[in-house]
Design a protein around this ligand. Structure first.
Ligand code: FAD
Ligand code: FES
Ligand code: MG
Length: 316
C-alpha cells in the first residue's frame, strides 16, 4: 500500500492507494440503458467507506480523473460498487470495460460522510443515477430508526434505478416518470408537493440528482422551512481541496465540495454559480467526446477490414 501526503487548506491529509495501482473489476453489468454497475476489488476503501462518500478514479494513464459515489461496499469481500452513467468521454470509456478488466487508479473514500441520526421522517429523493448516490444514505437513515419515504424519478421507466433496493430500506416508495411510461407521470417534486399539501410530517429531505431537480426541491422546502440536504456535483479534479476545481458558493462563502461536502444545506447553496461553473468546459468536453467516437469508429473499421482479410485468406 502506498501513502501520499498532500498539503491542503484543511491540514495535511494522507491519500492511500489500494494495492499496486490496478483495481480489478469483479463484475460489470448494465442495469439500465447507458448505466453500468461495477463491483471492484478495493479492500481498504471498502473498509473505510461511509454513506455519502465518493472515489476519484482514472481509467488509464492518459485519462482524466472523475468522481463517482460509492453505491455500497462489502468490507468482508473487500469490494465497492459504483454505478456509472455514460455522459461524456470518460464515462463512456469506463462503461466499455467488462468483468475481468482493470481500472488504473482509484482514490478514496473522499468527502464528508452523510450526517446520520434519528431525525424522524426523512424523505429521500433520487433523480436518475442520483438514486444510486442516495441509496447508501437512505439505508443508513433507516438503520438509524428514521421513517424513510423515498421518491424516485426517471425520464422513463428504464431510467428509474434501484427501485427494489430502495423498497428494502424505505417505509414507502413513490415513483415518477417524466413521460408516464411507469408509475406516476410527473416529476419527483410533484410528489413532494403532494406530501407537503397532505400534511405529511417531514423532518429532513435529502435530494440527489440533476441540478434543476435539487434546485427545485430547495425552493419548495425553503418556504416550508424543511431542512434539506443536497449532494453537489461540481467538476472535481484532485478531490483533496487543493485544485479549487470544485469551489461552490454556500451563503456567499467559497467552499470545496470535495472536502467540505459533497452534501450541503440546500437553502444555503448558490445554484446559479454551480450551473455556470459546471458548463465552463462544455466545448472541450464535446470535442473530447467527438474525438473518442471517431477513434471508436476507426477501431471498428480496422477490425472489420482485418476480419474480412482473414476470411479471404481462409477462403483461399
Ligand atoms: P464530460 O463530457 O467530460 O462532462 C459532462 C458533464 O459532467 C460536465 O458538463 C460536468 O457537468 C460533469 N463533469 C465533467 N468532468 C467532471 C469532473 N471531473 N468532476 C465532476 N463532474 C464532471 N456520476 C455517475 O454516473 N455516478 C455517480 O455515482 C456519480 N457520483 C458523483 C459524485 C460526485 C461527488 C460528483 C462531483 C460527481 C458524480 N458523478 C457521478 C458525475 C460524474 O463525475 C460525471 O458525470 C463525469 O465526471 C462526467 O465525465 P465525462 O468525461 O464522461 O463527461
Ligand atoms: Fe480540487 Fe475539490 S476537487 S479542490
Ligand atoms: Mg470528461
Amino acid at each position: 500500500m502506498r501513502h501520499s501526503p498532500l498539503l491542503q487548506g484543511h491540514g495535511t491529509i494522507h491519500l492511500e492507494f489500494d494495492g499496486a495501482n490496478v483495481f480489478k473489476i469483479i463484475h460489470a453489468q448494465f442495469i439500465a440503458p447507458g448505466i453500468k454497475r461495477f463491483i471492484l476489488e478495493a479492500p481498504r476503501i471498502a473498509r473505510k467507506q461511509r454513506p455519502g462518500q465518493f472515489v476519484i478514479l482514472r481509467v488509464n494513464e492518459t485519462g482524466e480523473r472523475i468522481p463517482l459515489t460509492i453505491e455500497r461496499s462489502d468490507p468482508g469481500k473487500g469490494t465497492v460498487n459504483l454505478v456509472v452513467q455514460s455522459i461524456g468521454k470518460t464515462t463512456h470509456l469506463l462503461n466499455s470495460l467488462e468483468t475481468g478488466d482493470s481500472i488504473m487508479d482509484i482514490v478514496g473514500p473522499l468527502g464528508k460522510p452523510s450526517e446520520i441520526a434519528n431525525f424522524g421522517t426523512v424523505v429521500v429523493m433520487g433523480g436518475g443515477v442520483g438514486t444510486a448516490m442516495a441509496y447508501p444514505t437512505a439505508a443508513a437513515m433507516k438503520r438509524a430508526g428514521n421513517r424513510v419515504i423515498t421518491i424516485l424519478g426517471g425520464r422513463n421507466k428504464d431510467l428509474v434505478l434501484l427501485e427494489q433496493e430502495m423498497r428494502e430500506v424505505s417505509d414507502t416508495v413513490f415513483v415518477t416518470t417524466d413521460d408516464g411510461s411507469y408509475a406516476d407521470k410527473g416529476l419527483v417534486t410533484d410528489k413532494l408537493r403532494q406530501l407537503i399539501e397532505n400534511g405529511t410530517r417531514i423532518d429532513l429531505v435529502l435530494a440527489v440528482g440533476p441540478i434543476p431537480m435539487m434546485r427545485a426541491v430547495a425552493e419548495m422546502t425553503r418556504k416550508e422551512r424543511i431542512r434539506t440536504i443536497v449532494s453537489l456535483n461540481p467538476i472535481m479534479i484532485d478531490g483533496t481541496g487543493m485544485c479549487g476545481g470544485c469551489r461552490v458558493l454556500v451563503e456567499g462563502k467559497s467552499e470545496f465540495a470535495c472536502v467540505d461536502g459533497p452534501e450541503f444545506d440546500a437553502h444555503r447553496v448558490d445554484f446559479a454559480v454551480l450551473v455556470q461553473r459546471n458548463s465552463m468546459y462544455r466545448d472541450a468536453e464535446k470535442r473530447s467526446m467527438e474525438q473518442y467516437q471517431r477513434e471508436l469508429e476507426e477501431k471498428k473499421t480496422t477490425a472489420k477490414t482485418q476480419a474480412e482479410m482473414a476470411c479471404a485468406l481462409e477462403g483461399k
